[in-house]
Write a new protein. Structure first.
Ligand code: CAA
Length: 286
């Protein structure tokens, strides 16, 4: 019998974020089902968890016993209905497409129990739209994790006008069990983290574009001058230029603020396939 807030968790989407979320939930003692649409994707997700844990063992941060226990708590499937049916908490971490997220929550709301909490890891989309038409919206909440999930301390909880206090309390409690510090933010475009983080990244690109300084020096300004762990250009490379461009375009429309206008340089780099770390080239060569 688990003493975690949510004994059974379904994580939908086994990419970088989904794998990380599955790992921290399993580390907290939950039984986790990690789901994606192909066997290849779920295998890759599980491999990612195994590699992260192994690195933790190698660095003396994770015991061999914990590594084995965490992996034993994660099962995989390509069937999202099967993944969600028994869950106390469903967290989706599928691509940032509103119709995709909304469609799966509408589908799953009729399958899970009435008390099952539905969480979305969207980094900026409107939660009201993500959960539009979902039965019992009191149990719906944004659960925005940060990459790399096992290391980043923040969990940004996003409440809509219909999210219940009970849901917020349960997820806040679980966030602490995951070793995270929760903040509670109103459902507004980009929440607290993406609105500020993307704004900084876009301005850094504009500065590079207009020759204010080199990428290295712009990043050093924030790392050494402001104590950021990583400069905004390097971070954009890590997150993916395409991912950040999509967020910028969304925030530009939703917030109607000129600061979110994506720089031409960013559009050109994305069009040229320079997406950052995942493509081998961004503001840096990887
Ligand atoms: N298992 C367990 N612990 C590990 C580990 C592993 N596999 N790998 C590293 N660690 C530990 C290290 O031992 C170290 O611990 P101590 O501090 O106790 O020594 C700590 O984690 C940091 O590791 P490193 O020293 O190797 O790395 P670092 O100091 O360079 O930090 C980082 C790495 C945490 C990623 C840091 O660079 C950082 O914070 N970067 C910014 C990341 C960020 O901004 N993420 C948000 C992106 S935006 C997002 O995700 C939202 C979105 O919606 C797109």
């Amino acid at each position: 019998m688990s003493d975690t807030q949510f004994a059974k968790v379904a994580v939908l989407g086994a990419g970088t974020m989904g794998a990380g979320i599955a790992q921290v939930c399993a580390q907290a003692g939950s039984q986790v089902v990690l789901q994606d649409i192909t066997e290849e994707f779920v295998a890759k997700g599980l491999q990612r968890v195994a590699a992260f844990l192994q690195k933790g063992v190698d660095r003396g941060k994770v015991t061999e016993e914990t590594r084995a226990q965490v992996l034993a708590r994660i099962t995989t499937t390509v069937d999202r209905v099967e993944a969600a049916r028994e869950a106390d908490l469903v967290v989706e971490a599928v691509p940032e497409k509103l119709e995709l997220k909304n469609g799966l929550f509408r589908e799953l709301a009729g399958i899970v129990s009435d008390t099952c909490v539905l969480g979305s890891n969207t980094s900026s989309l409107s939660l009201v739209k993500v959960f539009d038409g979902v039965a019992n919206p009191a149990r719906c909440i944004g659960m925005h994790f940060f990459n790399p999930v096992p290391l980043m301390k923040l969990l940004e909880l996003v409440r809509t006008e219909t999210t219940s206090e009970e849901t917020i309390d349960a997820v806040t409690n679980y966030a602490r069990q995951l070793g995270k510090e929760p903040i509670v933010v109103k459902d507004s475009p980009g929440f607290a983290s993406s609105r500020l983080g993307v704004c900084l990244g876009l301005e850094a690109i504009r500065m590079l574009e207009s020759g204010v300084a080199s990428a290295e020096d712009i990043d050093k300004a924030m790392v050494l001058g402001y104590g950021h762990p990583m400069g905004p250009l390097k971070l954009t490379d890590l997150v993916g230029l395409d991912v950040r461009l999509a967020i910028a375009d969304y925030l530009r429309t939703e917030l109607n603020l000129a600061g979110f206008e994506a720089p031409e340089l960013m559009r050109k780099m994305v069009a040229d396939g320079k997406l950052g770390k995942k493509s081998g080239q961004g503001f840096y060569a990887w």
